[in-house]
Write a protein that binds this ligand. Structure first.
Ligand code: TRP
Length: 446
């Protein structure tokens, strides 16, 4: 006999958990720095268009697949098609992606935690000395491993608590806290610094002369990562939804909140950057190298909330990554949640040691790179787009239209539009990201 499957306690609980999955390092660490690198407003506009045209349809698709099947991503494809359906490979790919992403995500999240404590002590010294602290942390295996360990223990602890008692409960605490912290930091940036107006200009006044094809493709790829798409995380969270709530409305809320938080983070960060007359294009080092130099002046009142915020965001994303790996074994093998969470989390932890030890490198794409960079590149550029591509092709061309319509809730124009998007627009967009990742786009110089 099948055990009764857990569901979310409330729809708002689901929305907070799914938003928690979406909002993560992608919003607060990655979005600001790529926006800085690609020159601001025009990139932001393209990114918003990608969220709307590619991200939103795909999120609706994943939630429909999940709720329809009430199963883990592997089984969900079978249930919506037929036994032994080859499409279930999409689910396996997703589990592999989740496993790999979490292994390095945890290392970066660990740095964020380390920086809470560095902030409490305060940043002092020359700009070079402050930036060097980050290099020291990354290159010290013991430091990175210690924080990676702590982060994985937290993730495992929450996921072991289950859907209502673990993921939903913690999302309900962490997400509002995150919002309040970020609101405070944004208001600080807007009104307590002289950089507020410059930040708004940089983010919202598009200068299309700075827009490159490379930027467009990065915007598309990022829309994917930031909404937690392409690996079954939303299929999984959708599978715990009760029938009846509006999937489209929920997907719009989740995508909106995710985007809104990224923009808020952008305002908070660039206000400081412009206040101190820095250049916005600071690349990967924006959060961990440039900001601490500015934090030396603002003091712990700004920096401590900032890194707590980053940690909370990473935590609610980390749990969704582990949940995708765990749920398969609960559904299909009947293992106890605590047992499989410990086992899967433990394996992710061990695998993550490769990323935590930055002195280990492997040759990749013509140079020696850290495992963290290689895993990040492989998942973001190949594995997630591939998973997303299969997902929209599946729902657009394979799944029965009636099944889709029933979950969708109505049969009007909106459903037709969605189907059209999932059949053509979304797959073509994703295929371009994928080809770009493989350096195979004919009109680009590689
Ligand atoms: N969306 C998260 C972020 O922006 C990361 C993340 C969590 C993710 N779960 C995911 C990315 C699933 C892709 C797939 O940081």
């Amino acid at each position: 006999m099948e055990k009764l499957r857990e569901t979310w306690g409330s729809n708002i609980g689901f929305i907070l958990a799914a938003t928690g999955s979406a909002i993560g390092l992608g919003n607060i660490w990655k979005f600001p720095y790529i926006t800085g690198d690609y020159g601001g407003g025009a990139f932001v506009l393209v990114y918003l268009a990608c969220v709307l045209m590619i991200g939103l349809p795909l999120m609706v698709a994943e939630l429909i697949i999940g709720r329809r099947a009430q199963k883990n991503p592997v089984k969900a494809f079978e249930k919506n098609h037929r036994a032994k359906s080859p499409w279930q490979l999409t689910g396996w790919l997703g589990m592999a992606s989740g496993f790999i992403i979490l292994s390095f995500y945890s290392v970066i999240a660990g740095w964020a935690m380390a920086y809470i404590f560095k902030s409490i002590r305060g940043f002092a010294g020359t700009s070079e000395q402050i930036q060097q602290q980050f290099v020291d942390l990354v290159l010290s295996p013991s430091g990175s491993i210690m924080w990676h360990t702590i982060f994985m223990v937290l993730v495992i602890g929450i996921v072991a608590g289950g859907i209502k008692g673990g993921i939903e409960r913690w999302s309900k605490i962490l997400m509002p806290a995150l919002f309040m912290l970020l609101l405070g930091l944004m208001l600080h940036g807007l009104f307590n610094t002289t950089g507020g107006i410059a930040a708004l200009n940089f983010l919202f006044a598009p200068d299309f002369s700075r827009l490159t094809a490379e930027a467009v493709l990065s915007a598309l790829g990022h829309a994917f990562f930031t909404l937690s798409l392409g690996m079954g995380a939303m299929i999984t969270y959708g599978s715990y939804m009760k029938k009846g709530s509006g999937i489209v409305k929920d997907a719009i809320i989740i995508s909106f909140l995710d985007t809104f938080i990224a923009l808020m983070a952008g305002v908070a960060i660039f206000s400081l950057v412009f206040h101190y007359g820095m250049e916005p294009g600071q690349s990967v080092g924006l959060i961990f190298k440039t900001l601490p130099v500015l934090f030396a002046d603002t003091g712990p009142w700004v920096s401590v909330p900032f890194f707590i915020l980053l940690t909370f965001a990473a935590l609610t994303s980390g749990i969704s990554l582990l949940e995708v790996v765990v749920v398969y074994f609960i559904d299909e093998k009947g293992w106890s949640r605590v047992k499989i969470t410990l086992l899967a989390g433990g394996l992710v932890y061990i695998f993550g040691l490769l990323s935590a030890i930055a002195t280990l490198t492997i040759p990749f794409r013509g140079s020696d790179q850290t495992f963290l960079d290689v895993f990040d590149f492989m998942t973001t550029n190949y594995m997630l787009p591939l998973g997303g591509l299969f997902t929209c092709l599946f729902i657009g061309w394979v799944m029965k239209e009636d099944d889709m319509a029933e979950e969708f809730g109505s049969r009007g124009m909106l459903l037709k539009l969605l189907r059209l998007a999932l059949r053509y627009l979304t797959p073509i967009g994703i295929a371009m990201v994928l080809l770009h990742g493989l350096e195979l786009l004919p009109f680009m110089d590689y």
